[in-house]
Write a protein that binds this ligand. Structure first.
Ligand SMILES: Cc1ncc(COP(=O)(O)O)c(C=O)c1O
Length: 380
C-alpha cells in the first residue's frame, strides 16, 4: 500500500490507533487469565477480521455475534466457534441450519419455553442437535428468564429432551452502563455472576446439563474480581473503548483507540462555534454520555495527534456538519483552529460510531502515517 499521511486522508473518516488497541486487548487478556476464564470476544464492535485477528489467539478461539451476517462473515474468514447472542426467532432457523451445514459451530440463545419449542422442533426436523444457551436476566435491563423461574427448567427440558444440545446459560449485565461508581460496577459483576450461577444450579439440580456459564459486558468484565464458576466472558467494546466507558471509569481517555478524523470547514466566531465536516453520519446519533456526570455532546475534540483540547466538544450535529464549542462552564479559551485544521473526535459509543464507516484507517500512537486500511462491514 502507498504510504499515506493523516493529512492526505479525505475527511471524515474513522481512525484506529493500533497501539491502543493492542494495549486494551493485552490488559483484558491478562485480567481474564488471572481470573481463570476464557474470553469469547464480541465481534459486533469491530465487525472486521483484521481487528478480530489481533484479539484472537487462534482461529479456534470463540466469538460472540449479534447478527447472522457477522456469523457468515467470520465463518468465511475461518472462525467457527460462534455464539449468536440475540434471542432466536423461527424466521432465522433455516439460515442457522445452513451456517451449521457449512461448518459453523453455531450456538443460539433463547429465553422462553415458546422459543425452546420452536428451536427444538426445527432441530428435530433437520436431525441437527443445535446447541442452545438459555438467556438469564441478571439486572432487569433487557431480556432473559429469572434464575428462579420454573419456566427455566421447562425450557431446559424442552431443549434437552427435544433434540437440541442444552449447552448452558448466559447473561449480559447491560445495566452496568448505568452505574455511577466503580464500586457499583463491581457489585454488578457479582450480581451478573450470581444470576447465572443460580440458574446453572437450578438446571443441574433438575438433572439437566449446563456445561457453559457465560457472562459479559465490558464494564463488568473489566471490574470483576472473582468469576469462580463462570466458564467464559463476552465483551467487545474494550478493544476500542469510548467516552461512555471513560465516564464509567473503566478506561481513561488515553485508552480510546477509535476516533473520527474531521476537518474544520468554517467558523461562527460571534457564537463561539467551529464547524467541522463530521456530523451525526460520521459520529452516530449516540449521546450515551448525556446521562453521565460529564456530558461529552457528540464527541470530545482532540488535535490531530490525539491530545484532547480542554472542554472542547461537539455540541450539536447535523447530518454532515458538526458544531464544535466549549462546554458550558468551561474555563479554557476557544482554540484558534483555522480552516482545514485536522481534528480527532473521540466517540461516545465505539459500536455506534464504527457502524457509520466502511473502513478503519490504522495509525500507531505518536505517528501521522496511516499504516493500513482495514475494511469493516455493516447491515444484516
Ligand atoms: C449479549 C451480549 N453479550 C456481550 C456484550 C458485550 O458487551 P460490551 O459491548 O459492553 O463489550 C453485549 C453488548 O451489547 C451483548 O449484547
Amino acid at each position: 500500500m502507498q504510504v499515506m499521511k493523516l493529512d492526505q486522508l479525505e475527511t471524515p473518516c474513522l481512525l484506529l490507533d493500533e497501539s491502543r488497541l493492542e494495549r486494551n486487548v493485552a490488559r483484558m487478556r491478562a485480567h481474564l487469565d488471572s481470573l481463570g476464564v476464557n474470553l469469547r470476544l464480541h465481534v459486533k464492535t469491530a465487525k472486521s477480521i483484521d481487528v478480530v485477528r489481533r484479539v484472537l489467539r487462534s482461529p479456534q478461539d470463540p466469538i460472540t455475534v449479534s447478527t447472522l451476517k457477522e456469523a457468515e462473515y467470520f465463518l468465511a474468514n475461518g472462525v467457527q466457534n460462534i455464539l449468536y447472542a440475540v434471542g432466536m426467532t423461527p424466521n432465522k432457523l433455516e439460515h442457522v441450519t445452513d451456517l451449521r451445514r457449512r461448518g459453523a459451530g453455531l450456538a443460539l440463545i433463547l429465553d422462553s419455553v415458546e422459543a425452546a419449542h420452536a428451536v427444538a422442533a426445527h432441530a428435530r426436523s433437520r436431525a441437527d442437535r443445535i446447541p442452545v444457551l438459555i438467556e438469564i436476566d441478571c439486572d432487569g435491563h433487557r431480556s432473559g428468564m429469572l434464575p428462579g423461574d420454573p419456566a427455566l427448567i421447562e425450557a431446559g427440558r424442552v431443549l434437552a429432551d427435544g433434540g437440541c444440545e442444552l449447552r448452558g446459560v448466559m447473561t449480559h449485565a447491560g445495566g452496568s452502563y448505568n452505574c455511577t461508581t466503580v464500586a457499583a460496577i463491581k457489585a454488578m459483576a457479582l450480581q451478573e455472576r450470581d444470576a447465572v450461577l443460580n440458574a446453572a444450579k437450578a438446571l443441574r439440580t433438575a438433572e439437566l446439563p449446563c456445561p457453559v456459564v457465560s457472562v459479559g459486558s465490558t464494564p463488568t468484565a473489566t471490574c470483576a474480581g472473582n468469576l469462580t464458576g463462570v466458564t467464559e466472558v463476552r465483551a467487545g467494546v474494550f478493544v476500542f473503548f469510548d467516552l461512555v466507558m471513560a465516564g464509567l471509569q473503566v478506561c481513561t481517555l488515553d485508552d480510546i483507540a477509535l476516533s473520527v478524523l474531521a476537518s474544520v470547514i468554517g467558523h461562527q466566531r460571534e457564537k463561539g462555534w467551529i464547524i467541522v465536516d463530521a456530523g451525526w453520519m460520521a459520529m452516530s446519533r449516540d449521546r450515551g454520555s448525556a446521562k453521565q456526570k460529564i456530558d461529552q455532546g457528540y464527541g470530545l475534540v482532540c488535535n490531530a495527534q490525539g491530545e484532547p483540547y480542554p472542554d472542547l466538544i461537539m455540541t450539536d450535529a447535523n447530518q454532515e456538519h458538526g458544531v464544535i464549542a466549549l462546554r458550558q462552564g468551561a474555563r479554557a479559551a476557544l482554540p484558534d483552529l483555522p480552516l482545514g485544521t485536522l481534528l480527532r473526535i473521540l466517540p461516545n459509543h465505539a459500536c455506534a460510531t464504527g457502524a457509520q464507516h466502511q473502513a478503519y484507517q490504522v495509525v500507531r500512537e505518536g505517528s501521522d502515517t496511516v499504516g493500513a486500511t482495514w475494511p469493516r462491514f455493516a447491515g444484516w
